[in-house]
Design a protein around this ligand. Structure first.
Ligand code: FO1
Length: 323
């Protein structure tokens, strides 16, 4: 079994390549829930939905989140209340765009959680409803929320990422609740043939997962079988604020910086051709380095990247590859 630790868009694209080279029944992905939020009384899990929708080939290809062929009538209809809403009210927020068909997923998840279902139960029901074969699990059933500290305020991840368009410097990040949360299933780390850290933001996508009790030590015990794909190419993130956050939080915004962050839990880093000149520096951090094309602009690239990533692990995910 191949275990993939995932955030949002980059991880989802990687997984859509992985399912083309490995039987989906041999893949388990554990997804970050630090981005989760409650709006309109609805429980929303963006990274889980991005992974689910992408694997279902239902994702909006331009946005990288939400559903394709979406309409926004419910969100537009909220506008009429802005004129009458009391000052202190948090009702009818319109900064976080929820499409009409995306709402169905939030209705279902919210109702099931209120009935006492776990996030793991609901995530599995939703991925089956979307016809996805890969096992998709939340990193925990407990509440963990990424809080982003700015110069003059602390905000939720979505307020930072969407409301503020992540256009403000970050002074710190906390994963509130992580200390008391239970990682979803430790046996998945101990029993995996290979563990892949997907090309997601090392701080706010992989950080919450690694912050859960025992996860880092469990990964360290499997370090030889852990391979990561750098989300940073030529000193920049392909999507989102990862490069800026690395700098703002004191890390080097390069594949070498990523190598340093992952060195305790990972023995191989996959980097893009554009960073080939940094391969030796990555290896000086104690990781093997694989250089390939990591810019998943076409499905064929995601597929080849996934193949090379799994092949870079000693047991190759337990796959018997056709020669
Ligand atoms: N990202 C945006 O930039 N703007 C949005 O309005 C927005 C809405 C949204 C709704 C549902 C969902 O699952 C994701 C959504 N995202 C939006 C993306 C989301 O903020 C990010 O995908 C993750 O939280 C970071 O990986």
């Amino acid at each position: 079994m191949i275990l993939v630790l995932a955030g949002g868009v980059g991880a989802a694209r990687f997984l859509s390549g992985l399912v083309r080279v490995v039987d989906p029944s041999n893949i388990v992905t554990i997804v970050n829930t630090g981005d989760d939020t409650e709006l309109h009384g609805l429980s929303i899990s963006p990274d889980i939905d991005t992974v689910t929708y992408t694997l279902a080939q239902a994702i909006d290809p331009d946005r990288g989140w939400g559903l394709r062929d979406e309409t926004w009538r419910a969100m537009a209809a909220l506008e009429k209340f802005e004129g009458v809403r009391p000052e202190h009210s948090r009702a009818a927020p319109r900064w976080f765009n929820l499409g009409d068909t995306d709402l169905a997923t939030h209705f279902y998840r919210t109702a099931r959680l209120q009935e006492g279902a776990t996030l793991r139960d609901v995530t599995d029901e939703v991925r089956r409803a979307f016809g996805v074969d890969v096992s998709i699990l939340p990193m925990t059933n407990d509440s963990v929320r990424t809080t982003v500290h700015l110069n003059d305020a602390s905000v939720s991840f979505q307020e930072y990422f969407v409301k503020l368009q992540h256009s403000v410097p970050v002074t710190g990040v906390d994963f509130v609740g992580a200390n008391n949360a239970n990682f979803i299933d430790e046996s998945l780390i101990t029993s995996a043939d290979a563990i892949v850290i997907a090309p997601s933001n090392p701080i706010v996508s992989l950080g919450p997962i690694r912050a859960l009790p025992h996860v880092d030590s469990l990964l360290a015990s499997r370090r030889d079988d852990v391979v990561a794909v750098s989300p940073i190419v030529a000193g920049a993130a392909l999507k989102g604020p990862a490069d800026r956050m690395l700098v703002e939080l004191g890390h080097e915004p390069t594949v070498v910086g990523v190598a340093r962050m992952y060195a305790p839990v990972c023995s191989t880093l996959v980097i893009d051709q554009q960073d080939a000149h940094l391969a030796n520096e990555v290896e000086r951090e104690g990781l093997r380095c694989v250089v390939t094309d990591t810019i998943m602009s076409k499905p064929g690239v995601s597929e080849e990247l996934a193949r090379r990533t799994v092949r870079a692990t000693p047991r190759q995910g337990g796959i018997s590859w056709p020669d």
